[in-house]
Ligand binder design. Structure first.
Ligand SMILES: Nc1ncnc2c1ncn2[C@@H]1O[C@H](COP(=O)(O)OP(=O)(O)OP(=O)(O)O)[C@@H](O)[C@H]1O
Length: 392
């Protein structure tokens, strides 16, 4: 597989943009401009070239352009061209990707690849964005669910099937809880056959989730440990969930599946009374330890935490950039450079270049990207729109 980088990006009625086009032609891009100029909006548009709600987790109606006072956003579109995979027979024409809604207020977005409407999951065949945003500055203060979500995105970038398993798990979980809470409220027993079928589904999807997380964790840890002389803090990672722990010690997936289904069956009365399932892969946490400081990440400074998480993202990007059968990840780094000291900023620029990755970075000041000059496309974002510098 080739770099699978973006050649062009066009936004129509997306957030603050009536229409804007960016032509990175496969290069990395740094976007600079005043607060509120529209830098993050561009990264968000790229993040929507993958299944899900993008880097802000917004609903579809929020992203359509709205003038002040308008209640509903317009119909919007994000279109991109990516490099076609390099095959033994050479390189094909660029792939055309598109997403958006055709009617304002539509509940589902449409995804098209080369003009054909496809399920959003197919985007992962072409683009795999991984992002780091200011929202993740609070990662270690937030509930475990935020860290799981963050980690699951990294897992997903390497194993797109993970999202399907997580969705199947959530759906079965909601159905099971509805049965159990209805039974608890009515005093009538729940349909045991139906519950058993749902728990079998939860066992199967949950075991696959736990396994994928464990696999990614081990690969990430190996990647972090193997990358020596760098100015980014090394992390020691752990998954605290009981099902991930089983996967980490090598318990077979069929065994995890059977044990999870049995644990859920045994927990019916307890879960019904609590109104939520008290065991399963929706419960664990990602623990990150700063190796050199020998402290949990939560006890580190804001800058150290940012550098730890960035190092995690870079490790995953480095791993995936070597994968033969998947597109390279595209890094979306929102306001990351401003948190890094000079040495780390230089190292980040060198690493993006050395890995041959396409990255999109934002910051208020052009000088934050001095190390990327000549190696990336600089774009000024202002009320005049996007103005590319000519220094690539
Ligand atoms: N649906 C929308 N329609 C029109 N404008 C929107 C919409 N959603 C957000 N905006 C506008 O987009 C702007 C925010 O853009 P963005 O978050 O990309 O800024 P930024 O350049 O990343 O700023 P900062 O440096 O402060 O992070 C705001 O002015 C906001 O009002």
């Amino acid at each position: 597989m080739s770099r699978a980088a973006l050649l062009s990006l066009t936004l129509t009625d997306f957030r603050s943009y009536e229409r804007a086009t960016l032509r990175p032609d496969g290069a990395s891009v740094y976007l600079f401009g005043a607060n509120g100029a529209g830098k993050t909006n561009l990264l968000e548009a790229i993040s929507l070239l993958s299944p899900g709600k993008g880097l802000r987790g917004s609903s579809l109606i929020e992203v359509g352009r709205r003038l002040p006072g308008e209640a509903t956003g317009r119909a919007w579109a994000v279109a991109a061209e990516t490099e076609a995979p390099q095959t033994d027979f050479g390189q094909d024409e660029p792939v055309r990707l598109g997403t958006g809604v055709e009617l304002a207020g539509a509940a589902r977005r449409i995804v098209r690849i080369d003009g054909e409407t496809v399920p959003p999951g197919r985007l992962a065949d072409h683009v795999r964005p991984i992002w780091l945003t200011p929202a993740q500055d609070r990662l270690f203060l937030e509930a475990a669910s935020e860290r799981r979500r963050f980690f699951d995105r990294l897992v997903f970038a390497g194993e797109p099937a993970h999202a399907g398993h997580a969705n199947a798990y959530d759906k079965a979980q909601r159905e099971r809880m509805r049965l159990l809470t209805d039974a608890a409220e009515s005093g009538q027993p729940a349909d045991a056959v139906w519950l058993t079928a749902l728990e079998a589904r939860l066992g199967a999807a949950g075991a696959l989730m736990a396994n994928a997380r464990a696999r990614t964790l081990m690969a990430l840890q190996a990647e972090i440990d193997s990358r020596g002389d760098r100015p980014f803090p090394r992390a020691r990672l752990a998954l605290t969930g009981e099902w991930e722990k089983l996967a980490l010690v090598g318990v077979e997936i069929a065994e995890i599946e059977a044990r999870l289904a049995a644990a859920l069956a045994a927990a019916r009365p307890r879960d019904g009374a609590a109104g939520r399932a008290l065991t399963g892969p929706h419960r664990g946490d990602l623990a990150i330890h700063h190796v050199d400081k020998d402290r949990p990440a939560a006890e580190c400074s804001t800058g150290e935490q940012k550098a730890l998480i960035l190092n995690l993202v870079l490790a995953q990007a480095a791993r995936l950039s070597r994968a033969k059968d998947a597109p390279n990840p595209i890094l979306l780094l929102d306001e990351v450079a401003a948190h890094l000291d000079l040495k780390r900023r230089a190292a980040l620029a060198d690493e993006i270049t050395a890995l041959g990755l396409q990255a999109f970075l934002t910051g208020t000041d052009q000088s934050l990207f001095d190390h990327l000059k000549g190696r990336a496309l600089g774009v000024r974002v202002s009320e005049l729109g996007l103005t590319a510098l000519e220094d690539v």
